[in-house]
Ligand binder design. Structure first.
Ligand code: CA
Length: 230
C-alpha cells in the first residue's frame, strides 16, 4: 500500500523500527521526535496518517491531536501509548485519534492498523455521491459536509462517516458491530466502546446546531438516526 506516514516518536529505537516496517510495506515515511515539530511537519509533509506517541517532550500526543483537530485537519492519527489504562485510550479517541496501540506492540500489527485506517479512507472516496436531505440536516458525501440550515458541522473524518452511515439508515437501528464494520472496517481490533465515544462527539456537535434527539440510543443494541427525509 502507498501513502505518506509521519512518525512522531521520541524513543529513537522504536522510531527506527516503525520506519523500517512501514517503508518495507511501501509507505513514504518521515520521522520526528517531538510534539512541538509535529504541526509544522504536517503542513510541510502533508501526511495521510500520523503515528503519534502519547508521551512526548514538549507538546504531548493528546495536545498535538487537539491542535490538529482545531485546525480542522482530518489527517488520520494512530496514537501510541505506553500506559494501558482505558482512560488514556478513551481520552485519545475523544481528542480525535482514529485508533490506538499500547506499547509494547508488534511492528507488524502497527502496519496492519495503518493499512486498515487508510482503507477506511479509500472505501470512502469512490462510492455514493448523492446528498441526503432531512428536515434538520443535509449531508453531502461528495464534499464531506454536513449542514444544519446555514451552519456547517465541524466534524472529523471519522465523525462524518459515522453520521453519514447512521443517516443512510434513517429510522432503522444500526448495531454497534454494524457501525464498526461500516465506519472502522471489518478488521478493526478495538472494543465497541469506540462507537459510544464517537456517537457522543457527534451528538455534542449536533446539539449546538439542531438540538438533541437526532441520534437515539436503542438500549443494549445500538443507535438510530431519527430525522425525517425531506
Ligand atoms: Ca515517548
Amino acid at each position: 500500500m502507498s501513502g505518506r506516514i509521519l512518525v512522531v516518536e521520541d524513543e529513537l529505537a522504536i522510531q527506527k523500527v516503525i520506519q523500517t516496517y512501514l517503508e518495507s510495506a511501501g509507505f513514504t515515511v518521515r520521522c520526528i521526535d517531538s510534539g512541538d515539530q509535529a504541526l509544522n511537519a504536517v503542513e510541510s509533509f502533508q501526511p495521510d496518517l500520523i503515528v503519534l506517541d502519547l508521551m512526548l517532550p514538549g507538546m504531548d500526543g493528546l495536545e498535538v491531536t487537539a491542535r490538529l483537530r482545531e485546525q480542522a485537519s482530518d489527517v488520520f492519527i494512530i496514537m501510541l501509548t505506553a500506559r494501558s489504562e482505558e482512560i488514556d485510550r478513551i481520552a485519545g479517541l475523544r481528542m480525535g485519534a482514529d485508533d490506538y496501540l499500547t506499547k509494547p506492540f508488534s511492528p507488524r500489527e502497527l502496519v496492519a492498523r495503518v493499512e486498515a485506517v487508510l482503507r477506511r479512507q479509500r472505501s470512502l472516496t469512490p462510492p455514493p455521491s448523492h446528498s441526503l436531505h432531512f428536515e434538520h440536516l443535509s449531508i453531502s458525501p461528495d464534499r464531506m459536509e454536513a449542514t444544519a440550515g446555514e451552519t456547517f458541522l465541524d466534524l472529523t473524518t471519522t465523525e462524518f462517516i459515522l453520521l453519514l452511515e447512521l443517516a443512510r439508515h434513517a429510522g432503522r437501528v444500526l448495531t454497534r458491530d454494524q457501525i464498526i464494520d461500516r465506519v472502522w472496517g471489518e478488521d478493526f481490533y478495538g472494543t465497541d466502546r469506540i462507537v459510544d465515544v464517537y456517537v457522543g462527539q457527534v451528538r455534542r456537535k449536533l446539539e449546538q446546531a439542531v438540538g438533541d434527539g437526532l441520534i437515539q440510543t436503542v438500549r443494549g443494541v445500538g443507535y438510530k438516526f431519527m430525522d425525517s427525509p425531506k
